[in-house]
Structures are given as structure tokens and as C-alpha cells.
Design a binder for this molecule. Sequence first.
Ligand code: DAH
Length: 339
Amino acid sequence: MIDKINALLREVEEMKAANADEIEALRIKYLSKKGEISQLMDDFRTVAADRKKEVGQHLNHLKERAWQRINELKDTFADTQAIDDDIDLTRTAYPVKPGTRHPLSIVKKEICDIFGRLGFSIAEGPEIEDDWHVFSSLNFAQDHPARDMQDTFFIQHASDILLRTHTSSVQTRIMETTQPPIRIICPGRVYRHEAISYRAHCFFHQVEALYVDKDVSFADLRQVLLFFAKELFGQDTKIRLRPSYFPFTEPSAEMDISCNLCGGKGCPFCKHTGWVEILGCGMVHPNVLDNCGIDSNVYSGYALGMGIERITNLKYQVKDLRMFSENDIRFLRQFESAN
Ligand code: DAH
């Protein structure tokens, strides 16, 4: 019997299996109720009493090793077994929907691309600003209402650190460090102390454009505005300039475009006027040039600024401004094809 046990032990030590089924076959062969080792256990009853101790020890060792080997083999196949059982590698991959650009990013890119074709390069500035760059350098009077806590978010009470209320602050930052010719387009987020509603938010986005050089005239500004409006809203678009006031431009104007919904005939969207306002603009005030170290006797320039939300509304008729910041995937998916 000892010989038989030793022979089986050698077999057990050399057991090999290529997959989980083969391991199971080995288990059945040696360790199931009718397996070879179990049968030896049955035969053990017939062993003479004086040899029972020795044979019993060998037999127990064989059984123990058999289980150990089976478990070792199982361990080596554990990973592959999981794959076999749970994953069908032949299935097509789960479709992952790529993200899309946000409507405001789409329109911002479009605006920047149009000015880019005219030779403007992108400039950016900080959202946390100081009074000088947002107001003082831009010729705001000390008692201008925009400096009031009612309109502007101040970072610290009674300090001059604030969240910029317009991207015109980037004009100053660039003019302070660069001599003309300057031709920049500045997209960015701005903040105002507004009650949030469908038509106002406490943050929104603007794009600012600035051109400073020798002999820049209002005619140059008008030409660029017309080109811009036609590129963005279609070649039939007309523009009109209305006199306006901004501290940092003189003269200042607001630009309307012919209503892109009714083509200028008049509709509820344009309040039956045929025109919708899209931006503010003007010739850079000489004080602003001088404040930034640019000689206003030599150079002149124009500037313009617009709200990206407003332009996006005109293009896509989004009725509620809050939709832009709610991350509602059903809203955002509608702009997939515009990407
Ligand atoms: N900064 C103005 C605003 O926030 C927009 C603006 C108007 C910018 C006229 C300009 C400009 O550069 O010339 O309402």
C-alpha cells in the first residue's frame, strides 16, 4: 500500500492543467468520493493494526498535498477564470459618447476666429483684479456707480481688490506692458453684483477687442464692426451705430444689428424695432492711453466689448441665461452639431 501511496504522490506533485476544467477533472480523479485517494482511504480499513500508524501518516500526507496542488493550480488560473466567466471579449466595446463644446465656448471661439482672421491675437488677464485696472486706469470717475458695492464684488471689505466687472481691464494690462501697434482680442469671465434671474447672472462672459496704432480712426472701427457682424450673423446683416457713453472711449457708440430673426421687419424678439443691440464700442479715450504709458498725441485706437451670452442668445434663442451654468446635459446636447 505504501508503494501505491508513493506512486500517487508523484503523480500529484506533477499535476498540470491548462484550464479550470482540467483542474476540476484532476480533483475528481483523485479527491472525489470515488477518486483514487478516497479509495485508498477505504482500503485503509484492511491495513494490519501494527502498520496503521505508518500507512495512515503517508495517506494523510498524500491527501493534504493533493488538495494543496489543486489549490495552487486554481490560483494560477484565478484571473483567467474570471475573464472566462464574466467578460465576453468578442462583444463590441461599450460606446463612450465624447463630450461637446459648451455653447458659450462655441460662440467665443467663433468671435475669436473672426478677429483672428483680421490679425488680432488673444490676450487674457486675471479675474481677481484691482481698482486701477478695472476702473481708475479706464477713466472711471471716483464716484462712478460701478465702484459701488451694489454693483461690484469686492474680495475684502474696504479694499481695492475685486472681481473684474468687465474684460476692459485686460486692455490696461496689455497697454501698460506693450507699445503699439496693439491688436488684441480678450475673452473672459466677468462678475457683477446682480440678482440672478432669467436675464441676469452674477457672472457672465465678455469679449473685448482693442486696436491701437498711428492714425486709427472711427472709420476703421466701423469697417471692422461691419465685417464682424456679417461674418457672425450672415452677409445680409446690417449694422447701425448709436451714440453712447463709456468713460474709457470718446466718442462712444452702441452697435445694433438688423434683427437676425425677422430680418429687420420687426418681431417680438426685437420689440418690433427691427434692430437688436449687440455691443459697445468707441475710440480709446486719450486719458486711458496716457494712463497706460502710450502717447495719445502719437497714437489713437478703438475698442469694443460684447457679452458672449447675449450673442449666443441671438444665435440660438436661449431664453433663460441660467441654462448656461446649470450643466443640464439635455440642454448642452442640443449644441452637438454646432461643434
Ligand atoms: N466694458 C463695457 C461693459 O462691460 C463694454 C465695452 C463698451 C467695452 C465699449 C469696450 C467699449 O471696449 O469700447 O459694458
